[in-house]
Design a protein around this ligand. Structure first.
Ligand SMILES: [Zn+2]
Length: 430
């Protein structure tokens, strides 16, 4: 609901022009050729595995977490606190991410990590801007440059300057081209920014510019929805020569049918406004973002608290390299069993409170590892087969009142038994 304010200033402040600049050919969206790499397997994951050559995926840290923030307009005097923020407050938040050890990564890195293709730091943020305001180019971008942060824009096509909803404060195609040339990620946010569910009252802009409120159903609705979800992607791709693979749902309002249309259009990920830390297992068709409002700074603070390290007074969680713990399996190693023995030697860390030692394994959670204070060895024999191809271990302990933590990740590849006479591999005794 809060996003109503996003469009309201546009609707109110803009002199609706009569122009309809969209070529009507845009409407026939059905015959779009899928872009390479966007083909999906029945499971929904990228069809990389189908390639004949062997692709070795890097081992990714499955315990990493990402906060996705959604901003709108940057203005010196906030009149619509639901969608506006001052440049100073925005800059302070960007700095806070840095101070809390949160790395701002490109959206495409987050998606590559979800595909298991690229690693990301343990604590990340993705910054997004919605609705295509000029201040995103003029004010936000220079601030982001200062920090060296990447970001994503979610645009609704008719809200871009020259579109039927794009007024004087709208971003222009020229500005978008400039941002594109400088590596800014540009993604879709529908055509006219309305509730995409069937049967909701929407504003229809007829050829000639006449506006009427209508409840669309049946074929008429489907045609409209196609333009909102697919037409918007095609227009951005054609005008800017880019690949669009993300869709931010207006107001976060959608349903299974809208999701299906978006999936079929080749979108890899869909975004809402229900903020939560994104994990390796977060479903890609409903990725929550924290919508940051000028009058609710707590939303940002709480999000950072969810994953960030405290800003000052020295980080109480000291990261220890997995190598220093002589871990088994080693970081980056691939083991040939789904029932590995996991070990780490904590003796190098110093005095350890024996009761504080804890081991977490991705897919299992906290496991009953045994710790031997004499040798400093913490170990766990996995008893239930690990299902994922990569496994992350986090070992934490308290040392002289401070929390110490080590993360490492190994690959799991069970040998394929080809012949009955195959030599039995030594497996841990049960
Ligand atoms: Zn929006």
């Amino acid at each position: 609901m809060m996003f109503r304010f996003a469009i309201l200033p546009l609707l109110l402040a803009i002199n609706f022009s009569m122009c309809q600049k969209r070529p009507s050919a845009e409407q026939s969206a059905a015959s779009a050729t899928p872009s390479p790499g966007a083909q999906t397997s029945p499971g929904g994951s990228l069809a990389l595995a189908a390639s004949p050559s062997k692709i070795v995926k890097p081992v990714v840290d499955q315990t990493a977490q990402t906060l996705i923030f959604c901003y709108h307009r940057l203005v010196d005097k906030v009149r619509y606190p639901g969608t506006e923020i001052t440049p100073a407050a925005f800059e302070a938040e960007m700095k806070e991410l840095k101070d809390h050890g949160i790395t701002v990564i490109p959206m495409q890195d987050l998606l590559a990590w979800k595909r298991g293709e690229k690693n990301i730091p343990p604590r990340c943020a993705v910054i997004t801007f919605d609705d295509g305001w000029k201040s995103q180019y003029e004010v936000a971008w220079p601030i982001m440059k200062k920090f060296g942060y990447p970001f994503t824009l979610f645009l609704y096509c008719e809200g871009i300057a020259g579109g039927s909803l794009g007024g004087g404060q709208a971003i222009t195609w020229e500005q978008l081209a400039d941002m594109r040339d400088n590596g800014i990620d540009i993604e879709a946010h529908s055509a006219t920014h309305q509730d995409l569910r069937e049967g909701h009252s929407i504003m229809v802009i007829e050829p000639g510019g006449k506006r009427t409120r209508k409840k669309l159903t049946g074929a008429e609705y489907e045609q409209w929805l196609q333009n909102e979800v697919v037409g918007c992607k095609q227009l951005l791709e054609q005008r800017l020569g880019i690949k669009v693979n993300c869709f931010a749902v207006p107001f976060g309002n959608y349903n299974e049918h809208v999701k299906e249309v978006a999936r079929n259009a080749g979108y890899e990920a869909m975004f809402t406004v229900y903020g939560q830390p994104i994990t390796f297992n977060s479903p890609l068709d409903s990725i929550g973002r924290y919508a940051i409002e000028a009058n609710k700074p707590k939303v940002f603070e709480d999000a950072v608290k969810m994953i960030g390290a405290p800003a000052s007074g020295g980080a109480p969680v000291a990261e220890v390299g997995a190598k220093d713990l002589s871990t088994q399996p080693a970081d980056g190693e691939t083991v040939r069993t789904a029932l590995p023995l996991i070990k780490a030697n904590l003796s190098g860390i110093g005095q350890i409170d024996p009761g504080s030692v804890q081991m977490r394994v991705s897919g299992l959670g906290v496991i009953p590892a045994s710790y031997d204070p004499k040798t400093g060895m913490v170990s766990y024999q996995v008893t239930q087969k690990l299902h994922e191809k990569t496994c992350t271990v986090i070992v934490g302990a308290k040392s002289q009142g401070k929390k110490v933590e080590a993360h490492w990740t190994f690959g799991v590849e069970e040998p394929v038994v080809t012949a009955p006479a195959a030599k039995p591999t030594p497996t841990p005794k049960k």
